[in-house]
Design a protein around this ligand. Structure first.
Ligand code: C2E
Ligand code: MG
Ligand code: MG
Ligand code: MG
Length: 277
């Protein structure tokens, strides 16, 4: 019986594998259409200033509305776009969409855009950003660029030049998902980030004392470099309370607002609903 089952599983595996290859080829073909702008959507998730209890910015999160498969999450298609080199075009479209959308918001609210490591390798990236800002008319000071820490693993000098050019356009630079991947204090030392976004795994481990100590340590480092600390993945009032007490400046998470197609609608009423002790 075990043998029969084993054979069966083996066969299943083979079929799955060829299906995967087929599926991938099909997805890549469709990805070319996405890059042309067909089916690309951005959702916006609010980031709150904890002290003011007001929306400080919205993070643009890419969605692929595939005609047959429905919503494909960014973890799937961003990686595919990176592997196929389509990320440059796609990233530029995302940036353009996000910046035009932000023009519909009150001027004190920024837009935060995730940028792939590959985009940041491109020597022309600052020029692309500059052009998008010019075309859309968005003030560069309203654009925040999120990069993951693994971005900085190689080509320090090259990337430092690019980050500084982005800063010269007025943009703020955030280190995303801090504490995961290849964390290294040297990144914080070599690059002047404006913000650190602490990965949601630390917030979700609260009230675990070790998670708390790590968050406090990150806050300590951030204060040395005058960086803003944002916490990701706040799902409960208790978590918001804890990170607020610890002195974090900004918070984001399902408790405060889920990613939505329209930025302003669907956000918590900042005056009445954001109540915590
Ligand atoms: P990220 O930049 O760290 O974005 C946060 C992710 O966490 C989003 O998932 C968001 O929906 C989710 N999230 C927010 N609050 C909560 C919460 O309270 N609990 C939980 N469990 N999750 C929460 P999403 O939209 O699926 O995006 C996943 C990742 O894909 C992003 O992580 C980002 O790295 C990447 N990504 C998304 N859009 C883009 C893009 O336009 N360009 C690039 N290069 N990457 C993108
Ligand atoms: Mg992000
Ligand atoms: Mg993140
Ligand atoms: Mg993430």
């Amino acid at each position: 019986r075990a043998k029969a089952l084993g054979r069966c599983q083996h066969k299943l595996f083979d079929t799955d594998l060829s299906y995967e290859i087929l599926e991938r080829a099909e997805l890549v073909a469709a990805l070319h259409r996405l890059v042309e702008g067909d089916g690309l959507l951005l959702h916006y998730q609010p980031i709150y200033g904890i002290h003011a209890r007001k929306v400080q910015s919205y993070e643009a999160l890419a969605r692929w509305n595939h005609p047959e498969r429905g919503m494909i999450p960014p973890d799937v298609f961003i990686r595919l776009a990176e592997e196929t080199g389509l990320i440059h075009q796609l990233g530029e479209r995302i940036l353009h969409l996000a910046c035009s959308e932000a023009l519909n918001w009150p001027a004190h609210i920024n837009v935060s855009v995730n940028v792939s490591p590959l985009q940041l390798k491109n020597r022309k990236f600052p020029e692309i950003v500059k052009n998008v800002l010019e075309k859309t008319g968005l003030n560069g000071a309203r654009l925040e660029v999120e990069i993951t820490e693994s971005v900085l693993m190689d080509e320090y000098e090259h990337k430092n030049v690019i980050l500084n050019e982005l800063k010269a356009l007025g943009c703020k630079i955030s280190m995303d998902d801090f504490g995961t991947g290849y964390s290294s204090l040297s990144y914080l030392w070599k690059f002047s980030f404006d913000k650190i976004k602490i990965d949601r795994s630390f917030i979700q481990a609260l009230p675990d004392p070790t998670a708390k100590e790590i968050i406090q340590a990150i806050l300590g480092i951030a204060s040395i470099r005058a960086m803003t600390v944002t916490v990701e993945g706040v799902e409960t009032a208790a978590q918001l309370q804890m990170v607020s007490n610890m002195g974090c400046s900004e918070a984001q998470g399902y408790y405060l607002g889920r990613p939505q197609q329209q930025a302003i609608a669907g956000t918590r009423d900042t005056e009445t609903a954001l109540v915590w002790e």
